[in-house]
Design a protein around this ligand. Structure first.
Ligand code: BGC
Length: 740
């Protein structure tokens, strides 16, 4: 739905010309007049060697990395190592392509000491909780400025896989379980990045929804349901942001590797949707040159393929196929033109001087994202904690004396000045050495001391339940920080907290009736202690400004406004796959996961099964109250809903009213149709109008390869969350086929 009430709080600051960038593409809004024509002209002038050099990227050198010694194809004077390096063609003004991870800031692969770090922005699930495209777009701009300052012109951002499974170790790198919310936010990030002259990806195309043996994972799904869910996310995000590149996923989809999946890449992405950018593989996901025939345009990080599959298919086999005619000349030209087009379209060939990076401003953007991403799950009135009283506060566990937690893997950002601490965890497979507890400074302890200057704060590490209880007992209030390390390469076996933290929380709650819990996890957790604590705050992985944001929410300086973008099931029994196939099998074991829930993910699954979750998608509390009135819904070709939201409490705050389809003519069907983040002063009202993307009201008809809306009555609901309706209406929709 489109938002008319544009109450999107962002970080205001006047930018200097240098920060805006001053190359021609950026002065006309980042759009090259005719990138297709120029790409065609340039490609025609290239030699075959130049063409072949463009269709691979070389992994940067990381001392000690599994991919081996420094690759001789990396120029000796290459300054910043990156995930991928592709030589340019200087005689034609084509710059080298340097790609960097990822969606939460500029990473430093291998944590090389000469890299001074970058701004560590909040995790995407945290930004997903903001329901605020504007805060995401602004973060994208900031990430791109930092990328440009290091010479990176492709940002491997735009993670938009759907959170189908709360065990997926990478959900923190994705926005949500909902296709529309994910698409809107991913597009905002891509638009922010590309506005600065940097190409962005959307990734991982598609169904990289579990990490278990991901290189050997076959994701099975009904093709029509795929179009209504994961593919719809990409489709809407592509339409809204025209990303220069799409990164394919590691897994297979219905038996074919994503990077070589002809029906999806050639069929859906390029032919049906007319995608004009280039398709890159994930690192180590190109076992075969024939992927080029099925839609893959660039093999990424070729040494990773050598490691996994024993060869670099686009270096050796692709040339051989070209020479003997199995790879048509026109296809090679198309691969090259697509890559060039994406660079030209954002102006990556016409960079001016590198933008100055204002660290304080970027920290302010990270802070605003963290604030808006914190979800107040429970509060019986204990929050906010008065900031000006001489309270004795027990702060327990979670390494809260050192820093906040980061997710792990290729997307983890080392902050300026380095991590506060790093504790090795390890695990099977190539990601084992990256699976660590990374703590970002400053610490919650320090931030709480600043926020509660009159309080006496005792830190207890939560080492044992008994010891933690001693500190809690002599305090007015106990705040337990509970954490879990999640990341790339690993699914969680269950939703519990590790390291005996549940027992610590139980003991603290028994010792002090005023106990509250702050969670830093990348996914929902189970909470056996839920009824014995007075408040629960989900901070996700909040990034480098997270400690301040958490302290401000606890004190009420910031009124929490986050809404969970993923359903919290009461137990795994209430999810589509109580048992996760392949979990626990050795790295390298082929596994098939049937996503039999189709498009009925998360809140939709719960609605279909009639089960109630622990916390529904869209749930999040505030320190003020919001009322809805004047609800109206109009049918026809789509649904337009309007209503007035009023802040009836005594504090300023932001609400996220949500409109859902709850039933179609022949079936109950739950779909988020639209949302709007509305910031209101006490007593203030705002009228909001939302119009649904008709695909959210439709089924995908596989036989016609079109969307179909059934004529008849559709039920629509205005609510505070997927399980919290406030108003309902029935509207009639015209039956029709449309789109592709
Ligand atoms: C990840 C990608 C990432 C790439 C490059 C892979 O392991 O799946 O998301 O962009 O590495 O570092």
């Amino acid at each position: 739905m489109s938002t008319t009430a544009d109450e999107q709080k962002t970080v205001a600051r006047t930018r200097t010309a240098g920060e805006r960038g001053d190359h021609p593409a950026l002065t006309n809004g980042g759009i090259e007049d005719d990138p297709d024509l120029r790409a065609r002209e340039l490609e025609q002038q290239m030699t075959d060697d130049e063409r072949f050099s463009l269709v691979i990227s070389i992994f940067g050198y990381i001392p000690g990395s599994a991919v081996g010694p420094r690759d001789p194809r990396l120029p000796p004077d290459l300054k910043n190592m990156s995930a991928g390096y592709t030589p340019g063609v200087p005689r034609l003004g084509i710059p080298p392509i340097q790609s960097s991870d990822a969606s939460m800031g500029i990473t430093n692969p291998g944590y090389r000491p000469e890299d001074e770090g970058a701004t560590a922005y909040p995790s995407l699930i945290s930004l997903g909780s903001s329901f605020n495209p504007e805060v995401v777009r602004q973060g994208g701009e900031a990430i791109a400025r930092e990328a440009r300052s290091r010479g990176f012109n492709v940002q491997l951002a735009g993670g938009c896989n759907l959170a189908r499974d709360p065990r997926n170790g990478r959900n923190f790198e994705y926005f949500s379980e909902d296709p529309y919310l994910s698409a809107v936010l991913a597009a905002a990030q891509v638009n922010g990045i590309q506005s600065q002259g940097v190409v962005s990806t959307l990734k991982h195309f598609t169904l990289n929804c579990n990490e278990t043996n991901r290189h050997w994972l076959d994701a099975i799904i009904d093709p029509a349901a795929h179009r209504e869910s994961d593919l719809l996310t990409f489709q809407i995000a592509i339409e809204r942001s025209r990303p220069g590149s799409i990164m394919t996923s590691y897994n297979k989809i219905n038996g074919e590797y994503a990077g070589g999946n002809g029906p999806l890449l050639n069929g859906v992405l390029k032919n049906a949707w007319g995608y004009e950018g280039y398709v890159m593989s994930d690192w180590g996901a190109t076992p075969d040159w024939e992927f080029a025939l099925r839609g893959l345009d660039q093999e990424s990080g070729v040494q990773a393929d050598r490691l996994l599959w024993g060869k670099e298919p686009f270096t050796e086999d692709l040339r051989a196929a070209y020479l003997d005619g199995r790879l048509p000349r026109e296809r090679l030209s198309d691969m090259v033109r697509r890559i060039l087009r994406s660079l030209l379209a954002v102006g990556a060939d016409r960079w001016g001087p590198a933008p100055a990076v204002d660290e304080a401003w970027h920290n302010a953007i990270a802070l605003e994202g963290a604030r808006q991403g914190i979800v107040l799950l429970e509060n019986d009135g204990v929050l906010p904690i008065p900031a000006d009283e001489p309270l004795k506060i027990a702060l327990i566990g979670g390494y809260a004396q050192q820093g906040v937690v980061s997710g792990t893997g290729s997307g983890a950002v080392a902050p300026l000045g380095g991590f506060a601490a790093m504790i090795r965890i390890g695990g099977a497979g190539v990601m084992g050495k990256h699976r660590n507890l990374y703590l970002l400074p400053p610490s919650p302890l320090q931030a709480l001391k600043e926020q509660f200057p009159r309080a006496e704060i005792d830190f207890d590490p939560g080492y044992t339940p008994a010891e933690a209880a001693l500190t809690a007992r002599r305090s007015d209030l106990a705040i337990v920080f509970a954490i879990r390390v999640e990341g790339e390469g690993y699914d969680l076996p269950d939703l519990s907290l590790p390291w005996g933290q549940d027992a610590v929380i139980e003991a603290v709650a028994a010792a002090n009736p005023n106990t509250l819990v702050v969670l830093q996890t990348g996914n929902p957790v189970t909470m056996p202690w839920r009824d014995r604590v007075r408040a629960i705050v989900q901070a996700w992985y909040p990034g480098q400004a997270g400690a301040q944001a958490i302290a401000e929410v606890l004190s009420g300086k910031v009124n929490p406004s986050g809404r969970t973008p993923i359903t919290w099931p009461k137990s795994l029994a209430d999810t589509p796959r109580p048992e996760l196939p392949g979990l626990g099998t050795p790295w390298g074991t082929p596994v098939a996961i049937e996503y039999h829930e189709g498009a009925e993910i998360g809140y939709r699954w719960h609605a279909k099964q009639g089960t109630s979750p622990l916390y529904a998608f869209g749930h999040g509390l505030s320190y003020t109250r919001f009322d809805y009135r004047d609800f109206d819904a109009v049918g026809g070709d789509t649904i337009t809903a309007s209503f007035t939201v009023t802040n009836t409490g005594d504090r300023a705050g932001a609400d996220v009213p949500q409109v859902y389809l709850t039933a179609a003519p022949r079936e109950p069907r739950m779909r988020l149709l639209g949302f709007s983040r509305v910031a209101l002063e006490p007593g203030e009202s705002r009228h909001v109008t939302l119009t649904a993307d008709p695909r959210l009201l439709a089924r995908f008809d596989g036989s016609r390869q079109q969307w179909r809306i059934d004529a008849g009555d559709h039920e629509v609901m205005l609510g505070r969350a997927a399980d919290a309706p406030v108003e309902r209406a029935v509207v009639e929709l015209n039956g029709r086929y449309f789109g592709v």
